[in-house]
Design a protein around this ligand. Structure first.
Ligand code: FE
Ligand code: CA
Length: 534
């Protein structure tokens, strides 16, 4: 078992006063000096010794205002991320960095004192990537804890902790991960993220709506920066930087590797492929906005080089494997989907959510899987949800119901592979759902399980249920549970059972809410469908 010691909480100071010119000069001077400096264990001693490596001039302000992160663990490597931004909200989107390249040192070690370093290096970053840094640290041991940090211009970053995956196929007795989504900055404090950082997890799966694109200023003093709907690259960069300045979010990133997928609000509400949902604009115009959004997204996430965008395209769908226990298929339900249609067209057999390539990739991955648990980590609601009492029926046009034929085909493949669990974000609510062989026949077999996780903050404080939820439960007997508090879902997997703990906070509008277990459901291996554990 990995050790349970916690990483140091990132300590990030506010930018000091000073002119851009002074700060930029100092940064450059420091970077030059760093190039020759060896990154050894002496580096880690203290900020005092670090300061002496800045050759001249006043102390620059902290470039690590956005914290550090790690992600997409393999058995021998993991992504390490940071972005240099001494002035994170600078209006040009460049975070107060000089308009030129800078060298950044990185280091990963077996212990948080860095006396047992295992890999290190120096990389060059620059304004073309908003001075973001993506390292794929190689040569690591499987299922091991590591600590990492960065240094630039004599400044050392907060320390992050991460964990590699087991060797694919190797016996694994326990895997714990949280699923989370939807963290509107304006809707709430990141109290749930702070609690998340205190868990003992192998991974956090973030299922979309990492930022919101809106001009919303909210009611709790956390208005969006810039105060407009973001469209340009500079604006998307500013928005991501604003979210990343939150220390509770930084703590959650510094504590575990994350596997992230985007949903719609990283770009625009309900977008589909090259089509805006909100505006009647030509595809070329929308694709330029998509390029801006996805470039800024990549710059701010711990993603591998395979996910580096090319123009408006970002290859998001990918698979993470954890020993013989879990195959996690991370899906993209935005870039390749057909545009939303009215309910009377949702049964068109040609409609696709995944696109042909991703669909084939998923089918192959499911059919070749030897894992105990097969997980679809994805964005929008998978199972049928009829929102109205009696006739006529009404379904969400943005969810899998609007792509019914493909949904049913994927459902049939999940039934064949067995022990399939669909994870869902987007709906700002907790759900537990029996995935049925025929959603219109409550007596048909349950073939898989869908677990939807509530939002971190989106929707503000949250309630137990909405008035309409009684109708949802009545019209959709395969839905077992609905709850609309804020929080996340902690999943603990073993070869024999999957335990889902629905962890909630009672409000996010004021600081200090405690975390509590709202519900616990268990799925037994070989028996699709979750059962409440009282
Ligand atoms: Fe959302
Ligand atoms: Ca959404």
């Amino acid at each position: 078992m990995p050790d349970t010691s916690r990483p140091p909480v990132p300590s990030v100071s506010s930018p000091a006063a000073g002119t851009n010119a002074t700060r930029r000069q100092a940064l450059m001077g420091g970077a030059v000096a760093l190039g020759a400096a060896a990154l050894g264990t002496t580096l880690g001693a203290s900020s005092a010794s670090a300061a002496t490596s800045t050759p001249r001039g006043p102390m620059i302000s902290d470039p690590f205002t956005l914290g550090v992160a790690s992600g997409d663990p393999f058995h021998d490597s993991v992504v390490l991320w940071t972005r240099l931004a001494p002035e994170p909200l600078a209006e040009d989107g460049l975070g107060g960095m000089p308009d030129r390249t800078v060298e950044v040192e990185w280091q990963i070690a077996e212990n948080e004192r860095f006396s047992r370093p295992v890999a290190s290096g120096t990389v060059v970053t620059g304004p073309d990537r908003a001075h973001s840094v993506h390292i794929e640290a190689q040569g690591l041991r499987p299922r091991a804890d590591y600590f990492y940090r960065f240094r630039v211009a004599g400044r050392i970053s907060p320390v992050g902790r991460t964990r590699t995956a087991p060797v694919p196929g190797a016996r694994l007795d326990r895997f714990a991960f949280a699923m989370a989504s939807c963290q509107s900055y304006t809707h709430g404090l990141y109290t749930a993220q702070a609690h998340l950082a205190e868990e003992d997890l192998d991974l956090v799966a973030f299922l979309g709506d990492y930022i919101y694109e809106t001009a919303d200023q909210g009611e709790i003093g956390r208005g969006h920066v810039p105060p407009v709907e973001v469209r340009s690259l500079a604006e998307y960069r500013m928005r991501h930087a604003q979210y990343k300045t939150d220390h509770d979010l930084q703590a959650a990133h510094a504590a575990f590797p994350w596997a992230v997928v985007f949903d719609d609000h990283e770009l625009e509400n309900n977008w589909a492929d090259d089509t805006s949902y909100e505006e009647d604009i030509p595809p070329e115009e929308f694709l330029q906005r998509r390029e801006n959004a996805l470039k800024a997204y990549y710059e701010h996430m711990p993603l591998r080089a395979a996910q580096r965008p090319a123009g408006p395209d970002l290859h998001l769908y990918r698979r993470l494997v954890f020993g013989n226990l879990v195959d996690m298929h991370l899906l993209d339900t935005r870039q390749y989907r057909d545009a939303q249609v009215e309910d009377d067209e949702r049964g068109d057999p040609d409609r696709t959510m995944l696109g042909a390539d991703q669909r084939r990739w998923l089918s192959r991955g499911l059919s070749e899987s030897n894992a105990t648990w097969n997980v679809l980590a994805q964005q929008v609601f998978f199972s049928q949800r009829d929102f109205t009492e009696g006739e006529p029926t009404y379904f969400s046009d943005d969810a899998w119901d609007n792509y019914k034929v493909e949904r049913d085909a994927v459902r049939d493949e999940l039934a064949r592979v067995g022990n399939a669990v669909v994870l869902t974000g987007d709906v700002h609510a907790n759900y537990v759902v029996d995935v049925k062989a025929d959603f219109d026949d409550p007596g048909s077999a349950t073939v898989a399980t869908e677990l939807a996780g509530t939002s971190f903050t989106s929707g503000r404080d949250g309630v137990e249920q909405h008035p309409g939820d009684a109708i949802q439960l009545q019209e959709n007997p395969h839905i077992q549970f609905i709850n609309r508090n804020r929080g996340y879902v902690r999943n603990t997997l073993t070869p024999t059972e999957w335990t889902a703990d629905y962890r909630v906070v009672d409000q996010v509008s004021r600081p200090g809410a405690a975390i509590r277990d709202r519900a616990r459901f268990v799925i037994e291996s070989g028996e699709p469908g979750a059962r409440p554990l009282v």
